[in-house]
Design a protein around this ligand. Structure first.
Ligand SMILES: Nc1ncnc2c1ncn2[C@@H]1O[C@H](COP(=O)(O)OP(=O)(O)OP(=O)(O)O)[C@@H](O)[C@H]1O
Ligand SMILES: [Mg+2]
Length: 510
């Protein structure tokens, strides 16, 4: 390697877009590129992506980010991958051709299958093993659905002709050679922990759960740590560069936010919201509707675990207002529209588009707008849209506080990141509603940064996680201002609104 400066490149394969960002040693982004991909909605409740389009976009953004910074593979010491979790693809080993569109995490097509699985032992049937309740959200049942609905797929899977994986695995396999050059078929512990198929203790696939859900083991990638050299890129612009870090997007954000000690918490405001609490090397199970997940595992070190509160719809509600209602032309305009009114005018929006995730886990819920009167206008609706994110976050935080108190700690501030944290109105309301400070770091691209750190640590670009802590810097802090009686009144109304969204899905609803 020449004496010139070197960098780490990370790919963030998200729900709506794929980006590549080049980072320097200070953890500062020096160049990036981003491309959106198509959201395919074949019918109500179904969400798909074209995995080949995503792979093509990944290649283009890698090239784009490198050329913007005038860099080539010699300047890049390692590549990290972070990804939308649970989104599942099954493809042909020989050709790299997916046998079906990728089934996205928000997709609810596995509901009937999941209900059937729950008949024997309830929704917590596998929770002791994998830390998760049975829900359409997770990847394992999505793999089984594809095998059962594509002609001949199950036989081909059993014959070893097919491979399955989440988007990290799909990208890694393609980056490291694909069908022609024997690509590496690997996932990391964090992504594996979202399939329902991995035992949280052994960090390996659990045969009995695989069998119950109907996923042949030969289809599954090998599970490795989040930070080690998995293989080298070939061919292409990064040829020869090691791929050395993989973390699911929310785990990556936790890592990038330097939540490295037990008790530290971050909340990411993107398509959905995801709050993770680092619980150290201890596996804590929730009594309050949270998931137990692997936070990260660095090489040979012990795995670090987390409790997670997942909210399906937050930023995507803003997109829905933009795309399906046409009330705004871009997501940031929601703030201007909300600013045309003083308050929510009594309007509450429960965005239960895929049912309700944490802490309720109610697949029978559907979206509802409550409290409408002749007075309500689009400003109130915009306000209700933003507030719904903050209310849902409070519900998750309360669940987390209850579990954390058992694990011995109380939250004093919330680190935030993701696309929605640009919205000052939302952040102030969030602090008001939680009664704790909300803190935004200088680098809000913590997801992709976390993946870069995982890769850079594996190859010695960064020496230790102390550097992650040193690189983290505070940008803005919002403190609670609203009167607490008013906060309680608003939250009581929200709770009422939630109760009205439940029990909607029955035999009369598709
Ligand atoms: N100023 C804003 N106010 C409210 N919402 C916003 C604003 N800017 C962006 N958003 C919302 O934030 C989301 C994008 O955030 P981000 O890019 O972090 O999402 P993401 O979940 O990481 O997406 P992906 O899964 O594709 O990576 C979009 O849903 C968008 O509607
Ligand atoms: Mg993202």
């Amino acid at each position: 390697m020449s004496a010139s400066r070197t960098y780490v490149l990370a790919i963030d394969q998200g729900t709506t877009s794929t980006r590549a960002v080049v980072f320097d040693r200070a953890g500062k982004p020096v160049a990036s590129d981003q491309i959106e991909h198509e959201q395919i909605f074949p019918r109500a409740g179904w969400v798909e992506h074209d995995a080949l389009e995503i792979w093509e976009n990944a290649r283009r953004v890698i090239g784009g980010a490198l050329s913007r910074a005038n860099l080539n593979s010699r300047h890049i010491e390692a590549v990290g991958i972070t990804n939308q979790r649970e989104t599942t693809v099954v493809w042909e080993k020989a050709t790299g051709q997916p046998i079906h569109h990728a089934v996205v995490w928000q997709d609810t097509r596995t509901q009937a299958f999941v209900d059937e699985l729950a008949e024997d032992g309830g929704v917590e049937r596998f929770k002791d093993v994998c830390g998760l309740p049975l829900a359409t959200y997770f990847a394992g049942p999505k793999i089984a659905w594809i095998l059962d609905h594509v002609e001949g797929a199950r036989e081909r899977a059993e014959a070893g002709e097919l491979l399955a994986g989440t988007m990290d695995t799909w990208l890694l396999w393609n980056l490291t050679g694909g069908g022609e050059n024997d690509g590496v078929h690997v996932t990391d512990v964090t992504n594996a922990s979202r399939t329902m198929l991995m035992d949280l203790r052994t960090l390996d696939w659990d045969d009995s759960v695989c069998e119950a859900i109907g996923v042949p083991r030969q289809l599954l990638p090998q599970i490795r740590s989040s930070s080690e050299v998995y293989g080298r890129c070939q061919p292409g612009v990064l040829s020869g560069t090691p791929v050395a870090g993989i973390l699911g997007d929310q785990h990556a954000a936790t890592f990038g936010q330097a939540c490295l000690t037990p008790g530290s918490v971050k909340n990411t405001y993107g398509t959905g919201n995801f709050m993770l609490l680092n619980t150290g090397t201890e596996i804590v199970t929730s009594d309050n509707g949270l998931l137990t997940t692997v936070c990260y595992k660095l090489g040979e070190q012990d795995a670090v675990y987390a409790l997670e509160g997942s909210i399906a719809v937050t930023g995507s509600l803003v997109q829905w207002v933009r795309d399906n209602l046409g009330l705004i032309r871009s997501a940031p305009e929601i703030e201007d529209l909300a600013a045309t009114v003083e308050d929510n005018g009594g309007v509450y929006f429960v965005p239960a588009f895929s049912g309700l995730f944490a802490p309720h886990w109610r697949p029978d819920a559907r979206g509802a707008i409550l409290g409408l009167t002749r007075f309500a206008n689009k400003g109130h609706l915009a306000r209700a849209v933003l507030e719904s994110t903050a209310y849902q976050t409070r519900d998750v935080l309360e669940a987390m506080q209850a579990d954390a108190e058992r694990a011995g700690g109380r939250l004093t501030e919330l680190k935030v990141d993701g696309g929605m944290v640009a919205n000052e109105t939302l952040m102030q309301f969030q602090a008001d509603l939680l009664g704790v400070d909300v803190v935004r770091p200088k680098v809000v691209e913590t997801t992709v940064l976390g993946a870069a750190y995982a890769a850079g640590l594996a190859v010695g670009y960064w020496e230790s996680t102390d550097e992650i802590v040193d690189n983290w810097g505070e940008d803005t802090r919002w403190s609670p201002q609203l009167d607490s009686d008013e906060v309680d009144r608003l939250h009581r109304n929200w709770t009422k609104a939630i109760s009205k969204s439940l029990d909607w899905v029955d035999e009369d609803v598709d």
